[in-house]
Design a protein around this ligand. Structure first.
Ligand SMILES: [Zn+2]
Length: 292
C-alpha cells in the first residue's frame, strides 16, 4: 500500500472516553491496521486540564506526522469543541486545540466522534471491510452510532446521534427512561444504566435467562430496523459492554430480520473485529484520513 499517504508516517491517536482517555502512536505496515508503539491511559477527570495536559505532552514529545482524535460527544466538528454535556467541567472544552498546545506548528489533525471513528476502523481494517454503507453501534453505558458511506463518516448539520432514535415502548414495559431528553429512545430504554435501573443491579449481574433480555432485544431490533430502513447498511457492527452478553447478538439479528419482514434485505450483524480497541484503532483511522 505504498500509495497510501500515511504509509510510513508516525500516527498519533487519542481516544477520549467518558471514564478514561488513551493516547498512542503507531505506524501502518502493509495494508493492515496500525502497529501500536507507545501508549498511555489517563482517567477522565472532572477538571479536563488534568486529563488533557499529560496527553498533550505525550503527543508533543513524540511529534507525530498526523493525529487522529476520537472523542466522546456531542462535538462541534468545525471547532473541535465538546458541546453541552452532563460531564461536569467538559462542556465547551476545545479538546482538539488543547491536545495540540505542545506544538508550535501542529501536524494535520482530524477529530470525530468515538463512534464515527470506530465505524471507520471497522470499515478500513475490520468487520465491515468492502462495504459501501457500514453502521457501527455501541451499546454500553451510553448508546451511539456511526455510519460510513463511500468511505467517509456521515457529517451533515453535525454528526448523527443514533443512540437517540425513538423506539416504540414494549407493551409490558413501563419503566422510566434514563434519557433526560426523550420519553422512549434507544439510550433511554436499553443502555446499561437503563437495564440496571429495571433490574436493581448492574447490567452485568443480570442473569442470562432474565426476561429483561427480551425487552433489550425488542428495543435494539426496533432501533436497528429504523436505521436499516434509512441507511441500507450491508453490515451492522455492534460493540459495547451490553453486547458482550452471550447470545444477545444472535437474538437481535433474528428479531431485526422479523422486524424488516422481508421488505428489505437484512444486514449482517457482527461483533467488532477490534472489540474494546475499536475507538483507539478508530483514532488511528482518523489520523490516516488526516494524511490525505
Ligand atoms: Zn434520548
Amino acid at each position: 500500500l505504498t500509495s497510501d499517504p500515511a504509509s510510513g508516517a508516525l500516527i498519533g491517536a487519542v481516544e477520549g472516553g467518558g471514564t478514561k482517555f488513551f493516547a498512542a502512536t503507531g505506524r501502518l505496515v502493509g495494508d493492515g491496521p496500525p502497529v501500536i508503539g507507545d501508549r498511555i491511559r489517563i482517567d477522565t477527570h472532572p477538571d479536563p486540564s488534568r486529563t488533557i495536559a499529560p496527553i498533550a505532552e505525550f503527543l508533543a514529545d513524540r511529534s507525530p506526522d498526523v493525529i487522529g482524535i476520537a472523542s466522546f460527544g456531542p462535538l462541534d466538528l468545525e471547532t473541535g469543541t465538546i458541546r453541552s454535556t452532563p460531564k461536569i467541567g467538559w462542556s465547551g472544552m476545545p479538546i482538539r486545540d488543547a491536545l495540540l498546545t505542545g506544538f508550535s506548528d501542529p501536524p494535520p489533525t482530524v477529530i470525530d466522534t468515538d463512534v464515527n471513528a470506530a465505524a471507520l476502523a471497522e470499515w478500513t481494517w475490520g468487520a465491515a471491510q468492502g462495504t459501501e454503507v457500514a453502521l457501527y453501534m455501541t451499546v454500553g453505558t451510553g448508546i451511539g452510532g456511526g455510519a460510513i458511506v463511500g468511505g467517509h463518516p456521515i457529517h451533515g448539520l453535525g454528526h448523527p446521534e443514533m443512540g437517540h432514535v425513538l423506539v416504540p415502548r414494549h407493551p409490558d414495559d413501563d419503566a422510566p427512561t434514563v434519557c433526560p431528553i426523550h420519553p422512549s429512545c434507544l439510550e433511554g430504554m436499553v443502555s446499561g444504566p437503563a437495564l440496571a435501573a429495571r433490574a436493581g443491579r448492574p447490567a452485568e449481574d443480570i442473569s442470562d435467562t432474565d426476561p429483561l433480555w427480551d425487552l433489550a432485544t425488542h428495543y435494539l431490533a426496533h432501533g436497528l430496523a429504523d436505521l436499516t430502513l434509512v441507511l441500507s447498511p450491508e453490515v451492522i457492527v455492534l460493540g459495547g459492554g451490553v453486547m458482550q452478553r452471550p447470545g444477545l447478538l444472535g437474538r437481535v439479528g433474528d428479531r431485526l430480520d422479523d422486524s424488516l419482514a422481508g421488505y428489505v434485505a437484512t444486514p449482517r450483524v457482527l461483533l467488532p473485529h477490534f472489540g474494546q480497541e475499536a475507538g483507539l484503532v478508530g483514532a488511528f483511522a482518523l489520523g490516516v484520513a488526516a494524511a490525505d
